[in-house]
Ligand binder design. Structure first.
Ligand code: SAM
Length: 470
């Protein structure tokens, strides 16, 4: 780790040059070093106060604007700036797409160093707000006090908050009154839960002492109007718990699935928890192109349903299936891509590490009357071996959609040994995708590339690449 210095320097009249990684913009200091500045847009001219100095760069904050960029828009959200969620809400959507596309291009070019076809135009999201189908909010009795609040000098007696973690501060929660990422009734439910808890003196979680009643709130909805609400409690207080859950059911009768968990572990992840059903059924249903998918509290499902459809359509198009192919869908999750392409394939084999996801995949396929998909559980690098190929057949096409780290090198090597005609590589991290493409470059040529924006107002971008055998 480099030595941290916190010298505060002010650089005046600095041109913001570029939108850099992680949604933070980039400028140059007079000494030639880079300055990373949040909440500004390329084209702004600002005075910057630095708060961190490293060997190669500064981190700073805009303290005065001389000029505003033509690419700016007024952020819709009142929480913009303090909340780390939508860092690009102050930038024109077309520009967001431009920077996302360029990041993918730069990664494939500089890290991958592979020959590239002309990119197909980045697929933007029709919905630029309220596009998420899942949100998780945290309770805390240590509310983040915004700069305006502390400047106002007003006394603050209620420190309870229900909202998002302040970036890099594990114990501070920004109280959210309106989030633009998930459509209603998400905001109504979160606010009603907070108000009810305050009125009835239900204790918000104390993150330092690990005490209190209320820990997290998860809300999931689907395009066919189904709704899941899950409250995570810390204290096991049946009376208070049921008071809150009964209130929710009465106030929001449209809830399809009301669940809860009592978790007294140090961390608040749900994956190893015994989730209890309170009312309704323990899953909700989503539909896509006539297929139905069951989503339970722990299931992975793409968080922007409409763009997931676009992503899968591009993936299927890139695969160019005729009906005769054996397709492997690696990192299949709940088997959504596998089922989405299955009508155009002879058979699809899906592989995934999480057993619950594979159980869902099998159940969904049955529900959808799909009989040409098979699903298998295991860590990809172990299960996807020569014996597996001997048993399940030699794929003509491999679709792969790994997590952010990309594919394990043994998995890449196995793909090269199998050498299918085509590989469709779907990725949420074009840097690791680029690394993997470089490993496959000798055998495969990149013939199509199309980024897809699943997450407007953030810097995240998905990318689909078609590799064809040379
Ligand atoms: C980006 S998600 C893709 C999910 C799916 N394609 C979809 O669109 O819903 C990546 C998936 O890889 C799985 N995964 C992560 N590491 C794995 C590994 N080592 N072996 C097998 N699957 C893994 C995760 O559980 C997750 O379901």
């Amino acid at each position: 780790m480099g030595k941290r210095k916190t010298d505060k320097i002010v650089f005046t009249n600095v041109d913001v040059l570029d939108a850099g990684a992680k949604g933070v913009s980039v400028a140059k200091a007079p000494d030639g070093k880079v300055i990373f500045i949040p909440n500004v847009v390329p084209g702004d001219v600002v005075d910057v106060q630095t708060f961190k100095k490293r060997k190669a760069y500064y981190e700073g904050k805009a303290v005065h604007f001389h000029e505003y960029s033509a690419d700016r828009v007024i952020p819709q959200c009142q929480h913009f700036g303090a909340c780390g969620g939508c860092k690009w809400q102050n930038m024109l959507y077309e520009k967001q797409l431009y920077y996302k596309n360029r990041e993918v291009f730069n990664h494939l070019k500089r890290i991958g160093k592979v020959e590239l076809p002309e990119f197909e135009p980045i697929k933007g999201s029709d919905k630029q707000f309220y596009y998420r189908n899942k949100m998780e909010f945290s309770f805390s009795n240590a509310r983040w006090i915004t700069e305006e609040e502390s400047a106002s000098g007003e006394e603050i007696d209620n420190r309870n908050a229900l909202g998002f973690h302040i970036p890099r501060m594990w114990d501070k929660i920004l109280d959210i009154t309106h989030c633009h990422l998930q459509g209603d009734p998400s905001n109504m439910i979160r606010n009603a839960v907070r108000d009810f808890a305050n009125e009835h003196n239900l204790e918000f979680f104390n993150p330092r002492e690990h005490s209190g009643l209320l820990r997290t709130l998860m809300i999931r909805n689907t395009s066919i109007g189904e709704l899941m609400v899950l409250i995570q409690f810390f204290d096991n207080n049946k009376e208070q718990r049921e008071m809150l859950l009964d209130f929710l059911m009465e106030k929001f009768p449209g809830i399809t699935s009301l669940q809860y968990v009592v978790n007294q572990k140090a961390n608040d992840t749900l994956y190893d928890q015994n989730i209890k059903l309170y009312k309704g059924r323990d899953y909700i249903l989503e539909e896509m192109e006539g297929l139905t998918f069951k989503i339970n509290a722990k299931s992975f499902y793409q968080t922007n349903s409409e763009q997931a459809y676009e992503l899968y359509s591009i993936t299927r198009d890139f695969a160019g299936l005729t009906g005769n192919e054996l397709v492997y869908d690696l990192y299949t999750g709940t088997g959504t891509i596998a089922q989405f392409v299955s009508r155009k394939a002879k058979k699809v084999v899906g592989v995934e590490a999480v057993p619950e996801a594979i159980a869902d995949a099998k159940e969904n396929a049955k529900r959808n009357n799909i009989d040409n998909c098979e699903f298998f559980v295991g860590d990809m690098k172990d299960v996807f071996n020569a014996e597996f190929i001997n048993t399940h057949g030699h794929p003509d096409v491999i679709i792969t959609d790994p997590p952010r780290d990309g594919m394990h090198k043994d998995v890449v090597e196995q793909i090269l040994r199998i050498a299918p005609e085509k590989v469709v590589y779907v990725s949420c991290n074009s840097a690791t995708q680029a690394r993997d493409l470089a490993l496959m470059d000798e055998m495969y040529k990149v013939t199509r590339v199309r980024p897809v924006d699943m997450f407007p107002q953030t810097h995240h971008v998905e990318n689909v690449v078609l590799l064809e055998k040379r």
